[in-house]
Design a protein around this ligand. Structure first.
Ligand code: ZN
Length: 351
């Protein structure tokens, strides 16, 4: 081979090698560039002009789901969190039941936290409610605790009522008050027209007194009716004297239809009041309902927290004849439900 052709061949090899090198570099650059443009398709779009998609954090909690979210408890009950199914709902859509690291806050006066136990206050009444807040990892949800006591919750084996001072307590022919029970907050009926001289019966518990005063005031304002209080609080002994005199005059069977035995009278609670008006000659009988005053009272007493305790047609349930004049304070919530559904107090608690 000539020297000339040898050089030619060497130059050809150099060119080929150089071309291969350039080609290799180009391929490498292309692959590398593509990879750089798409480092993570889940976070950035291939086109740089578009906004980045928000990152989905699978482990972030969206809400705490609790079932049931309304729970009925009775006065004094200890509420166990195991009564509830508590779930964390994550932003990813995943749901997980949680049993640990749950904290709670009791709001208001109805629920208390006693040594990390959730307790319904002894002062809670049926129709009260409280909010229990449940937290897990900083996310909170609420449970509504509704208070409802059955009649059986508040009576002992001897037939004695165990919630004597509760505004929603029930006394009747099978539920007795103790002979020593005297309400602690009796007040005289200042500013209310009365018909009897005995100062004992011209008393009510404070809340019932204020409600009655308001009822009498509104009767006057709205209808110019003049209502009178006749008989409110009666002690155990006063009721015993009254009952015994009825028995001697009418016999026990008759007396039991219109008078309570001592310990079974609503008047001992300080929450009951017999009312009358001039058209009734300030006396009590069932013609009170035929008076304009009596009709207005029947339709409006609930607005002030009172019920007609012994309604017509419910004698078998209450054990007493119809008494349109006998008002019993139970608070506006219960009174309104009883009025709207035409219930007796006994029926209300047995719903
Ligand atoms: Zn009465």
């Amino acid at each position: 081979m000539s020297r000339r052709s040898k050089r030619k061949r060497q130059r050809f090899i150099v060119i080929i090698v150089a071309l291969l090198l350039i080609l290799f570099l180009l391929i490498f650059k292309t692959i590398n560039g593509n990879t750089k443009n798409n480092p993570d398709t889940s976070t950035t779009l291939p086109n740089d002009n578009k906004e980045p998609i928000e990152e989905v954090k699978d482990n972030e909690i969206k809400e705490i789901k609790i079932s049931p979210d309304i729970y009925t408890a009775s006065t004094g009950e200890t509420i166990d969190l195991s009564n509830f199914k508590i779930e964390a709902v994550y932003k990813s859509g995943k749901t997980e039941e949680i049993n640990e690291n749950i904290s709670f806050i009791t709001n208001g006066n109805i629920l208390k936290n006693e040594n990390d136990k959730i307790i319904v206050s002894d002062n809670a009444l049926t129709a009260d409610s409280g909010i229990l807040s449940i937290s897990y990892e900083g996310v909170t949800s609420d449970i509504t605790i509704k208070i409802f006591n059955t009649l059986q919750d508040n009576i002992n084996e001897e037939g004695m009522v165990t919630n004597e001072s509760a505004y929603d307590m029930v006394v009747n022919k099978s539920r007795n008050l103790s002979s020593s029970y005297v309400p602690e907050d009796l007040v005289p009926l200042d500013g209310i027209p009365t018909t009897l001289q005995n100062p004992e019966v011209n008393q009510l518990r404070k809340v019932a007194y204020e409600a009655l005063k308001e009822l009498f005031l509104k009767a006057k304002e709205e209808k110019s009716f003049e209502l009178y209080a006749r008989s409110g609080y009666r002690s155990y002994n006063t009721q015993a004297d009254l009952y015994n005199s009825y028995v001697s005059n009418h016999g026990q069977e008759a007396a039991d239809k219109f008078s309570a035995k001592p310990g079974q009278s609503e008047h001992q609670t300080g929450l009951a009041m017999d009312i009358t008006c001039e058209a009734m000659n300030f006396l009590l009988d069932d013609t009170f309902f035929d008076t304009e005053e009596g009709k207005w009272v029947a339709e409006n007493a609930h607005r002030f927290g009172f019920i007609i305790r012994y309604p017509k047609g419910k004698e078998d349930i209450t054990g007493y004849q119809y008494e349109p004049w006998h008002l019993r304070y139970v608070g506006e919530t219960i009174a309104t439900e009883i009025y709207e559904n035409q219930l007796t107090l006994e029926e209300y608690f047995e719903q």
